[in-house]
Design a protein around this ligand. Structure first.
Ligand SMILES: [Zn+2]
Ligand SMILES: [Zn+2]
Length: 343
């Protein structure tokens, strides 16, 4: 069973997943990961993944774990956290730890191995988002979990070990410090100004136009004013909403188109870069013991978004030592570069 351990100085938890049993020589320091010819996510290999959790596309009358699916959700075969058991929080002298309980699922986005998000049809994107909403909603109902992150690693430098297009979802029993810092900052801003800080950012960016890569009726794509990385992008819904799962069908279609165009821009502009995509949305809103009103204003003060981070630079000593980033490309130039390509 993996363990969750809390840093005793700053309030940050880590997962110690030592049962993956790695030895020092397992950590390759040079070269790229070997690309295996066999793909467990391709149709026909359904028995090579753990049994599916959900699927879209195959008639309900067809046997489970057979072909015919359009989107398929399976547990990660090598999960970072264990889905069985209880948290069992413990103290070890001054240290805090608990069992590494959580969920780690794979959303196989399309049956085609060489399918790419940048060429997706509207129906394909709708199926993927439907799967996202469905899994997020289901995992929120599990009382053990506080925060759910949906993300997508594309390319080996971004951490993808299988080339077949897929997203991942991890449910955590605690809200990570970085997420909590943002939630608290948004709540403080709202307490002072009675306005959503993200809505204010969107308004400001739309009036200045300098960093807005694209704006349509429902979404805004921008490279943030203080971007940490070159070509970092954020996609915000223009309608204030704290929760991705509350999107309307029209917004879902607009998001599919907007996301596809953004990925296509990056691909054309930067020669198909590896990237990480993260969905930042409201955590599970269960009352906290002793804080009955903890999530009282989240529907007003938080605003969901998608972050896209192309992997173009390495995070090195200075960044690790300070949490301070050096970004070699001004976000205003990113807007110009990304608008030079035809999408
Ligand atoms: Zn495949
Ligand atoms: Zn807002």
């Amino acid at each position: 069973m993996p363990e969750l351990r809390k840093d005793p100085i700053i309030d940050r938890w880590v997962i110690i997943a030592s049962e993956r049993g790695r030895r020092p020589t397992d950590f390759a320091v040079t070269g790229t990961a070997p690309v295996s010819a066999f793909c467990p996510f391709c149709p026909g290999n359904e028995n090579r993944t753990p049994p599916e959790i959900a699927q879209w596309g195959r008639p309900a009358s067809a046997p489970a774990n057979s072909t015919g699916w359009q989107v398929r959700v399976v547990p990660n075969k090598f999960p970072a956290l264990s889905s069985e058991g209880n948290l069992d929080p413990q103290g070890l002298g001054m240290f805090d730890m608990m069992n590494g309980i959580g969920a780690h699922e794979i959303i196989i986005e399309n049956p085609q191995h060489d399918w790419d998000l940048s060429d997706a049809t509207q129906a394909e994107m709708r199926d993927i988002f439907t799967a996202y909403v469905s899994r997020m909603t289901a995992l929120r109902h599990d009382d053990r979990f506080s925060y759910i992150l949906l993300f997508r690693n594309s390319g080996t430098t971004a951490g993808a070990t299988l080339a077949h297009p897929h997203s991942q979802v991890i449910a955590l029993p605690i809200t990570p410090r970085q997420v909590r810092d943002q939630l608290e900052a948004a709540r403080d801003y709202y307490a002072r100004k009675s306005r959503c800080v993200f809505c204010d950012v969107i308004r400001q960016e739309l009036s200045m136009k300098d960093r807005v890569v694209e704006a349509n009726e429902h979404f805004v794509v921008l490279s943030p004013f203080a971007a940490r990385f070159p070509f970092e992008l954020q996609i915000y819904p223009r309608r204030h909403s704290h929760d991705f799962t509350l999107m309307t069908p029209v917004e879902m279609d607009a998001l599919g188109e907007t996301l596809k165009r953004s990925i296509r821009r990056l691909k054309l502009s930067l020669n198909d870069p590896a990237y990480n995509l993260m969905l930042q949305t409201a955590p599970s809103q269960r009352p906290k013991p002793g804080h009955p009103d903890y999530w009282g204003t989240i529907a007003q003060d938080y605003h969901w978004r998608i972050d896209i981070l192309p992997r173009l630079t390495d995070v090195a000593g200075f960044e690790w030592g300070t949490g301070f980033y050096i970004n070699p490309v001004a976000p205003e130039r990113v807007k110009e570069f990304l608008n030079e390509v035809e999408v």
